[in-house]
Design a protein around this ligand. Sequence first.
Ligand code: DDH
Length: 286
Amino acid sequence: MSQAGDYAAVKKDIAALLHQPEYDDGSAGPVLVRLAWHSAGTYDAETDTGGSNGAGMRYEAEGGDPANAGLQHARVFLEPVKRAHPWITYSDLWTLAGCVAIQEMGGPEIPWAPGRTDFVDDSKLPPRGRLPDAAQGADHVRHIFYRMGFNDQEIVALSGAHNLGRCHADRSGFSGAWVQNPTRFSNTYFRLLLAVDWKHKQLPSGIRQFMYIDEDLGEELMMLPTDIALRDDAKFKVWVQRYAEDRDVFFEDFTKVFAKLMELGLKRDESGSVLNTDNVKGGYIS
Ligand code: DDH
């Protein structure tokens, strides 16, 4: 067991488990990033509910939300790390794992700070339906992300996470990867969004997505309706173009906005300690 507070030891163990030859594209990284995002993306700024604090996905109310299908794989990957470092809260572990995975896959270093609690405050529990629905368009995307407190530029930067991983028919119903190398963080997603003539495709299940077949590689890539909405909305498109042109600007903006996502709902004092965890009735249960 490591010393309480030895986050470097936790990071090392997370990095070591990313290589998973039997899983997806050989990496646990993308699904860990999605776990971090879905743990935080339930936040509602107006009512100050949801967010990563509480690690609510451990319980059926949130874990069983169809939007979270498949994320049990990510939680199972992280169990040995929690066992080796039992002092870390799940909410800290899940958010840290997303940041470590991004960096290990060639992305930027995301500033991350600990202090989340695993105490579930019933008054802060998010209802289902707070995460985005990929079948919808720009209005829906704005509605979901404005609720968390993000603007158009931040929405597009965050969406660049779709450089990573893939859709699974048995999880979301959508199918395929966005880029050819889905375990390498880059701005390829934005470049493909603009460069390629995306065609409608209806899956046997009736689900509609977009596809492109790379004849040279004989590979099929995909986009969700919400991804295409970023290309087709004039205000979003400005940022898609910016990030397609300049990888460094994308990395810089992604770093800031992913760090902001991981902090939603936390209040820190000047020294960085989280104020709204030991205030909640009952305190810690980790
Ligand atoms: Fe996403 N995402 N996402 N996404 N996402 C899926 C996979 C992954 C939407 C829908 C889907 C973000 C935004 C949106 C990742 C990161 C992020 C899948 C496929 C769907 C559907 C799930 C499956 O079948 O396994 C929609 C809609 C939006 C939206 O913005 C409107 C954001 C903001 C992030 C982020 O991390 C900041 C990652 C990574 C994956 C790949 C997961 C995997 O298992 O591989």
